[in-house]
Each structure stands twice: as structure tokens, then as C-alpha cells.
Design a protein around this ligand. Structure first.
Ligand code: 5GP
Ligand code: ZN
Length: 115
């Protein structure tokens, strides 16, 4: 757990969240400010501040995160109509919480390109 990391605190239960999925490696919860009818954040329990800090030892974890997100998208009913994965990095990318998280956005037609 990283000091002063909002998502580490959510994992620890110090800050409440609406759980969507949980296992020994991942936690998924609803975004507090949803950008679409379905907006779930999937995070590894391991603190990695930004995706560019992941290393070869994280390859399996990152792959498993995508596969787990696929199952969550199915369970949320957005897999068949379609959805979007987003992972923002650093300030130009719009990252506001420095613990990597995969956004699952769906439930409406999404525009492209993003702003
Ligand atoms: P980022 O901008 O870093 O890609 O995404 C961070 C996301 O975390 C934002 O969509 C924001 O709404 C969400 N968020 C920020 N604080 C909280 C919180 O305390 N609880 C939950 N559930 N989501 C949060
Ligand atoms: Zn963290």
C-alpha cells in the first residue's frame, strides 16, 4: 500500500466504494463520477503509479487485468453492444489518480476521438 494513494485506501476499505468484483489480485468498483451508464474501474491490488512504471514482472498481472475486465464487461451487459477500455497516463493523458486503473465505459454509444 502506498501512502496517500486514494485507490490503495479504497482497496484497504478506508474509503468506501461500490464493489463490482474482488479477488486476491484485483478490485473493481463503480466510478464516483460516471462518464457513461456503465463506468467501472479495475485496479490491481499492487500499487503501480502509472502504466509506464510497469515492468516485465507485471506482464502477467496486466494481461490478467484485461482478461478479468472482459468478464466484468460481460457481467455488466456491455460486452455485446460494445464498450471502451481507457487507461490515462500523466497529465496530458488526463490521469488524476496515480494508481493504475482500467476504465470500462459502456451503456451508450461513445464518440471518437476522445477530447
Ligand atoms: P483518471 O482521471 O485518473 O483516469 O481516473 C480517475 C477516476 O477515478 C475518475 O474517473 C474519477 O471519477 C474516479 N474517482 C476519483 N475519486 C474517486 C473515489 O473516491 N471513488 C470512486 N469510486 N471513484 C473515484
Ligand atoms: Zn495505490
Amino acid at each position: 500500500m502506498a501512502e496517500d494513494c486514494l485507490f490503495c485506501k479504497i482497496i484497504a476499505g478506508e474509503i468506501p466504494s461500490t464493489e463490482v468484483y474482488s479477488d486476491e489480485k484485483f478490485y473493481a468498483f463503480r466510478d464516483i463520477n460516471p462518464g457513461a451508464p456503465t463506468h467501472v474501474l479495475v485496479i490491481p491490488r499492487k500499487h503501480i503509479a502509472r502504466i509506464t512504471e510497469a515492468d516485465a514482472n507485471d506482464a502477467t498481472l496486466l494481461g490478467e487485468m484485461m482478461l478479468r475486465a472482459n468478464r466484468i464487461a460481460e457481467a455488466e451487459g456491455v460486452a455485446e453492444p460494445g464498450f471502451r477500455y481507457v487507461m490515462n497516463c500523466n497529465s496530458d493523458g488526463g490521469q488524476s489518480v496515480y494508481h493504475i486503473h482500467l476504465h470500462i465505459l459502456g451503456g451508450r454509444a461513445l464518440s471518437w476521438p476522445p477530447g
